[in-house]
Design a protein. Structure first.
Length: 141
């Protein structure tokens, strides 16, 4: 369980306890990928973890860079940061709501050029890309 090792290390480094609710929430994030926060809270309640605990853990995870927010269809979702999932982007389908992970060497390379043109250093980036997925595209023809 390499992801849990990174997670435990991050908490320890910050002087935070690796409590069982925190571990349970982390495991749910590993399993459910990008998830809408109220949905995560609801799921954890079913495992007898109250909403205050989940909200507090989300706040802590965000501060420690364990999770990040992504926006899809105007909704804010949380997912594990690049330390756990590797760097990637999402495409959101406006019709069926599916979220597709992808990475693109071409995008990453263009950003290096953009940074050089602007004379800046880019330390992180997120892209919001939406449209119709392959299936919905076919259905609409
Ligand atoms: Zn779709
Ligand atoms: Zn990227």
């Amino acid at each position: 369980m390499q992801k849990e090792t990174i997670f435990a290390g991050r908490l320890r480094q910050a002087g935070e306890r690796i409590s069982s609710p925190r571990l349970a929430i982390f495991r749910m994030l590993v399993r459910k990928g990008p998830i809408y926060v109220p949905r995560l809270v609801e799921t954890m309640e079913r495992s007898a973890i109250d909403s205050a605990t989940t909200y507090r853990s989300i706040k802590l995870f965000r501060e420690l860079g364990i999770i990040r927010d992504i926006v899809a269809g105007g909704k804010r979702l949380v997912e594990l940061s690049d330390d756990y999932e590797g760097h990637h982007h999402h495409f959101w389908c406006r019709r069926c709501g599916s979220l597709i992970d992808f990475d693109s060497a071409a995008i990453e390379k263009s950003l290096v050029r953009v940074a050089a043109d602007l004379g800046v250093t880019i330390s992180s980036h997120q892209l919001e890309i939406s449209g119709l997925c392959a299936r919905c595209r076919t259905d609409s023809q």
